[in-house]
Design a protein around this ligand. Structure first.
Ligand code: FUL
Length: 632
């Protein structure tokens, strides 16, 4: 009785006491870096003159006449990527050979000189448009090294290069990532000089400090790859796709995350005749995934269109089979909703309780008191469960903290170590995948056990950390075979519109708000007022990741919402702004518009129409809210 009383008191104090959140530790990621890490994997597309010359690096003297992809279909390519569950694509707008695949004004060596579409084509635009249409992030690769340009290695080239950066970042909508490759200097055509050119230090020659500043101005959300370590992310260290583990995002006091890169085809980054013999198997791709994403990096996987402008069937088959395996792997977390008994909870505050580990919400986290760096938590499953992959996440917004962890399973009446804590010397390189040790966590780490384990009780112990750990997820997954995954439908989670059944609305002209969610383009929410807003109460919380907006379709532009702000809330009273901006080019092209943001848990969405075309008003013909259902 006394014990029970104490327990109740404890719980009461737990809910009443409001512990302060831990102070951030060390260098933190930017919001853009956090969002980027959550993209996990996306496609690389190498496509240009090398596609026609059977080369990986063009010399710079190739004739633009070679470029004629008769059946190029950017949308088909984007659909393939998206269908496989990829979360974006990056296209080589210019590779080292200097051929610009868009009608740039910076050099004559560009697409207008090719026979494709009578010199009126623009590959960058076709990819960018297809991506926008499918709500698929688009990025670009612009080789700093240019073996065609006569001025390369001299000051004159910089004007050319900066102009190219500016064109790509101002004419093609949002660019989620831009690559500044490290390969540079050496021999090349250089306008006919056919010389060796040495640029000295790339950082100095290209003036990356200034380049980065300019990009931040043009597209503040764009992730910068490379740029002599001045960017946001950098090379994972091998073109096989793996990154080294343990993985620390902070180096030299800067947060720079890693991206593992590899082509799906063993022949190289560009398309080569006969390459169907070299396609990597879905199982191999899973190893790549586990050794990149599974170690806390992102993965960029290259698929090269062929001379026709299409992806090879063999590459696509392997991509899709791997995509199904990945979807199946992530589809079920066997620890979801499991009870958690933590050794310590910060201020006994429910906000920092162990249950955050298994609540499916990547923002909430379990955290002990300051000064406690080796806490543990028992995870109690409702029944014996079999799994072979363990995934952990840290709340990286508070900094990367964990150096080593251990996982034990209760088997045959005793604790058995299934992930042993790593020591700093045991660095994982290559693909030594199964049975790996527990080192860093970061955004996420997946450990693939030597063999499946069956248990109903586990214990997670953080064995070394730089500050009190903030762990947001503990998941148990099961690795499928390619056969098991055969019939799995893949899709991009973030891409599913939530059903509007049962939703209620408030705000301005609330009685008309349902018309924005009725699937009918010819009915709309509208009001003679700017700014204005409506609130959607979804009744159930969801991890919300974006919206789509269809402007009024009746041919009128008056009161057409052209600027927006989106806020989310769990309780309908405290709100967080997740996106604001402009819906561009509506007058000429009032097509469906998409806004995406990092998934966040919300029950209420408040949509503000903050500006309108042609006078006062606010209107929405149709809106969809994207995300996936979440727990209360
Ligand atoms: C390297 C380049 O030299 C390769 O050709 C390829 O583009 C790869 C992704 O990056 O540094």
């Amino acid at each position: 009785m006394y014990k029970k009383y104490l327990l109740t008191l404890g719980c009461l104090m737990g809910t009443l006491s409001a512990a302060t959140a831990p102070a951030p530790y060390g260098t933190l990621p930017t919001e853009q870096q956090v969002n980027w890490l959550r993209m996990e994997w996306y496609a690389f597309v190498h496509f240009g003159l090398n596609t026609y010359t059977n080369r990986e690096w063009g010399y710079g003297d190739e004739s633009p006449q070679l470029f004629k992809p008769g059946n190029f279909d950017a949308e088909a390519i984007v659909r393939t990527f998206k269908g496989a569950g990829m979360n974006g694509m990056i296209y080589t707008a210019k590779h080292h050979d200097g051929f610009c695949t868009w009608p740039t004004l910076s050099t004559k060596h560009n697409i207008t000189q090719s026979p494709w579409k009578g010199g009126k084509g623009d590959v960058v635009k076709e990819f960018a448009n297809a991506c926008q249409k499918h709500n698929f992030p688009f990025g670009t690769y612009l080789s700093p090294w240019d073996r065609n340009c006569a001025e390369y290695g001299r000051k004159g080239y910089l004007d050319v290069y900066y102009k190219q950066i500016e064109e790509l970042l101002t004419q093609y909508g949002p660019i989620f990532e831009i690559w500044f490759d490290g390969a540079m200097g050496g021999d090349g055509y250089y306008g006919g000089a056919r010389q060796n050119r040495n640029i000295g230090k790339a950082d100095t020659y290209y003036n990356y400090e200034q380049v980065v500043k300019n990009i931040r101005k043009l597209q503040p959300n764009c992730i910068i790859w490379g740029a002599a370590q001045r960017g946001d992310v950098t090379w994972g260290g091998s073109e096989k796709g793996f990154v080294k583990y343990p993985l620390w995002n902070v180096r030299n006091n800067k947060w720079i995350s890693l991206e593992g890169d590899t082509p799906i085809n063993g022949r190289g980054w560009f398309w080569h005749p006969g390459q169907e013999r070299n396609v990597k198997s879905p199982e191999h791709l899973m190893q790549v995934y586990m050794a990149s994403v599974g170690r806390g990096a992102n993965l960029i996987l290259n698929l090269a269109p062929n001379r026709d402008g299409r992806l090879d069937a063999a590459d696509v088959a392997s991509l899709e089979a791997f995509g199904r395996m990945r979807t199946r792997l992530l589809a079920k977390d066997y620890a979801l909703n499991a009870t958690v008994k933590a050794s310590q909870v910060r201020g006994n505050d429910a906000r920092f309780a162990g249950s955050a580990l298994t609540d499916g919400d990547i923002e909430s986290y379990w955290c002990p008191e300051d000064g406690t760096t080796t806490p543990s938590a028992e995870i109690l499953l409702p029944e014996p469960t079999t799994f072979d992959v363990i995934r952990l996440r840290e709340q990286i917004r508070l900094g990367q903290r964990v150096e080593a962890f251990q996982v034990e399973a209760w088997v045959d009446g005793q604790w058995k170590t299934i992930v042993a804590p790593g020591t700093p010397k045991e660095v994982e390189t290559q693909f030594n995948l199964r049975g790996g040790k527990g080192h860093t966590i970061g955004n996420q780490v997946m450990r693939w056990l030597k063999e499946p384990v069956t248990t109903d009780k586990l214990r997670l112990t953080i064995t070394r950390a730089k500050a009190c750990p903030c762990i947001s997820e503990f998941s148990l997954l099961r690795m499928p075979s390619a056969e098991e995954a055969q019939n799995v439908a893949t899709s991009n989670d973030a891409d599913k519109p939530l059903s509007s059944q049962g939703w209620t609305y408030s705000g301005f002209a609330a009685n008309k708000a349902p018309l924005a969610f009725d699937g009918k383009a010819d009915t709309m929410w509208s009001i003679h007022r700017t700014p204005s807003h409506f609130v959607v109460n979804m009744q159930q919380p969801a991890m919300v990741s974006g919206i789509s907006y269809l402007p009024r379709q009746d041919g009128k532009t008056q009161g057409m919402t052209s600027r927006y702000r989106i806020e989310l809330s769990m309780d309908g009273s405290s709100w967080k702004t997740v996106a604001e901006g402009e819906f561009g080019n509506l007058r000429a092209n009032p097509v469906e518009q998409y806004v995406t943001f990092a998934p966040q848990k919300a029950r209420y969405i408040r949509f503000f129409s903050t500006a309108a075309l042609d006078g006062v008003g606010s209107s929405v013909a149709e809106m969809k809210i994207y995300g996936r259902p979440a727990k209360n």
